[in-house]
Design a protein around this ligand. Structure first.
Ligand SMILES: [Mn+2]
Length: 505
C-alpha cells in the first residue's frame, strides 16, 4: 500500500483534478511543474514525450512524472496537465492501491457500483465561468496537437456523457475530439461504442443527441469510464464504478444550455449536441491525411466522414486546468488496460476461481492488444486450464489480440522476465494457439485485408495464445534458483536515494 501521510492528504480525499495534483505534489518524483512558456501546438507534446509519455511512443521516451504547464502561449488563464495516469505506480497512488492491487480494486468496484448523485444548491465548480453561444472554443481553450501532422487541435481527455433517447440510460466514454471551427468538433466513435448507439437512435428519428464533454477531474472517473462490454453492458453507468472506488457517488451538474449532465467538479465542460445526418472530414482544415497519434503508436488516418458536435456552451472553473494525454503512450495503456485486467480477472474468477493470480495489460498493447496472464497450476488437472483462461480473457475483453501465459514465479510487470519465460518455457510449434478470423480493434494496422488477403474484412485478426507456462508434469525441471530472501535494506541505508525529488510548487 502506498503511504502518503503528510498533511492529511490521502487518495480518499481526492474529489477533483486539483486535489489529485496536490497529492502528487507531495509525492516525490510524480509531478513536474513548469512556468516556461509552451506552445500547445506540437511543442507541449514534444516536451512531455521524452519526460513521461512511455511505450508505445517512439523512443526516446519513458514512464515518468506527470507535467503541469502553467504558462500556455496565447492563453493567460488556462493551464495544461499531461500524463496524470501515464505511470502505473502513480495511478495506484491516486487510487489508494498498489500496481498489483489495481485490477482487484476495479473488479470489486465493478461488482458493487455506487450511482452518481445530482449536485444541488450551490453553483457546480465546473460552472464558475460560463460562455454561451456565440463562442469560439479556440479562443477559450488551448486544445493541443500531439504532432505537426495532426488533423487539428484535439481534446484527448474529454469524457462524453449522453443518455439513450429511448430508455434514458446513460453512458460515459472518452473519444478523440478534433476542433474544426468556432463551435464545431468532430468525434470519432470506435464502432459499437454506447454513445454512438444513442447517437444512431436519435439520428434515425431525425433528432440531435444532447451531450456533455467533461475534462479534468478525479482520476478514478477516467479509469471507470474505460470499461467496455461485456464487463459494462449497454445501460451500465460506468460512473458507478468510480463511486464505488471513492465510496461516494460522482456528482453530476445540469448543463446550462442543453438537456445533459456533466461531471460537477470537472475543470472544463463542453455542452452541445450531435447533429443528425451531418458529417465532416477529420482533416478538413489541414489536409494532412492523418488524424493524431493512436494508441498503437502509429499516426492514424484522418477519417473521411465523422459525426459533428455543435458546442452550445463552454463552462469551466476559474483558471481551469486542461487535462491532456500525450502519445498516447503508457497513459492509454493504463486507462484502457487496468479496466481490461479487472474485466479478465472478474470473468476467470467466475469460471475457474484461484487459477489466475493476476493479469497485466502490457503498455506495448496500448491497454487493449496484449495481456500477460499469470496462472496457477496446483494439481494435474490444471494442465490445459491456462489455455482455457486465455479463451475466457478473449471473451472478457474482445479487443484483446495476444495473450501471454506465464507461471506464478514470473514477474508479469517485468518485460525481461516475460521474455525469459517465452525463451525457456515455450516451443513455438506446440505452445502457440492461433484463433484466426476474429473481429478485433480497428486501429491495429496488421488487421487489414491489405496485410492478409485471407481476412474477410478489415479489423479482423488472428488472436494468439503464447503458452509460456511449464507443463505441470515437468515442474521439477523448471525450478528457478532459490536465492536467500535477505535483509536488503540493512545494506542500502547509507546510500544516496535512487530517485531525485521532482520540483514542486
Ligand atoms: Mn458503456
Amino acid at each position: 500500500m502506498q503511504k502518503n501521510k503528510q498533511k492529511g492528504i490521502s487518495p480518499a480525499g481526492i474529489t477533483d483534478l486539483r486535489s489529485a495534483i496536490r497529492l502528487l505534489e507531495r509525492t516525490p518524483g510524480q509531478i513536474i511543474v513548469t512556468d516556461e512558456p509552451v506552445d500547445p501546438n506540437a511543442e507541449l507534446a514534444g516536451v512531455y514525450k521524452p519526460i513521461g509519455a512511455g511505450t508505445p511512443v517512439i523512443p526516446p521516451t519513458r514512464s515518468g512524472p506527470a507535467m503541469l504547464f502553467r504558462n500556455i502561449k496565447g492563453y493567460k488563464d488556462v493551464q495544461v496537465i499531461a500524463g496524470v495516469l501515464a505511470n502505473r505506480e502513480r495511478t495506484a497512488i491516486l487510487l489508494g492501491s498498489t500496481s498489483e492491487g489495481l485490477p482487484r480494486l476495479l473488479m470489486k468496484a465493478l461488482k458493487s457500483p455506487v450511482p452518481p448523485t445530482k449536485r444541488s444548491g450551490s453553483t457546480a465548480p465546473c460552472q464558475e465561468v460560463i460562455h454561451k453561444a456565440p463562442l469560439d472554443i479556440r479562443k477559450i481553450l488551448p486544445a493541443p496537437t500531439n504532432t505537426e501532422l495532426d488533423a487539428g487541435p484535439y481534446f484527448t481527455m474529454g469524457l462524453l456523457r449522453a443518455e439513450d433517447p429511448e430508455t434514458g440510460e446513460s453512458d460515459v466514454t472518452i473519444h478523440r475530439l478534433c476542433v474544426q471551427g468556432p463551435d464545431t468538433i468532430t468525434i470519432w466513435f470506435t464502432p459499437g461504442r454506447h454513445i454512438d448507439a444513442f447517437r444512431i437512435k436519435a439520428e434515425k428519428k431525425g433528432e440531435s443527441l444532447p451531450l456533455s464533454v467533461s475534462m479534468g477531474f478525479d482520476p478514478a472517473i477516467y479509469l471507470a469510464a474505460c470499461f467496455e462490454p461485456p464487463a459494462t453492458p449497454l445501460g451500465y453507468d460506468e460512473l458507478g464504478i468510480a463511486g464505488a472506488i471513492r465510496g461516494r457517488g460522482v456528482e453530476l451538474a445540469e448543463c446550462v444550455s442543453v438537456n445533459a449532465r456533466a461531471i460537477a467538479t470537472a475543470e472544463i465542460v463542453l455542452e452541445g449536441e450531435l447533429l443528425p445526418d451531418e458529417r465532416m472530414r477529420e482533416d478538413i482544415n489541414t489536409n494532412t491525411g492523418y488524424c493524431m497519434p493512436e494508441f498503437t503508436g502509429y499516426m492514424g488516418k484522418a477519417n473521411p466522414s465523422l459525426p459533428i458536435m455543435k458546442v452550445r456552451a463552454v463552462t469551466h472553473r476559474k483558471k481551469p486546468i486542461l487535462q491532456t494525454i500525450v502519445g498516447p503512450g503508457e497513459e492509454h495503456g493504463n486507462l484502457a488496460g487496468i479496466p481490461m485486467e479487472a474485466s479478465i480477472l472478474g470473468l476467470v474468477h467466475d469460471c475457474m476461481p484461484g487459477k489466475v493470480t493476476n493479469v497485466y495489460a502490457h503498455p506495448a498493447g496500448g491497454g487493449k492488444l496484449l495481456a500477460i496472464i499469470q496462472c496457477r497450476k496446483e494439481v494435474p488437472s490444471d494442465e490445459g486450464r491456462q489455455r482455457q483462461a486465455a479463451l475466457v480473457a478473449f471473451t472478457a475483453f474482445p479487443e484483446l489480440k495476444h495473450a501471454i501465459l506465464v507461471d506464478e514465479d514470473v514477474n508479469i510487470y517485468d518485460s525481461s522476465d516475460i521474455l525469459w519465460a517465452m525463451t525457456t518455457r515455450y516451443q513455438g510449434d506446440i505452445d502457440t494457439v492461433f484463433i484466426p478470423g476474429v473481429r478485433c480493434h480497428p486501429l491495429d494496422p496488421t488487421q487489414a485485408r491489405e496485410y492478409n488477403p485471407a481476412f474477410r474484412g478489415d479489423s479482423i485478426s488472428c488472436k494468439t495464445i503464447f503458452d509460456c507456462t511449464v507443463p505441470y508434469a515437468m515442474k521439477d525441471r523448471f525450478k528457478r534458483s532459490p536465492f536467500k530472501d535477505a535483509d536488503v535494506e540493512r545494506f542500502l541505508k547509507d546510500q544516496p536515494p535512487a530517485r531525485s525529488k521532482a520540483r514542486t510548487r
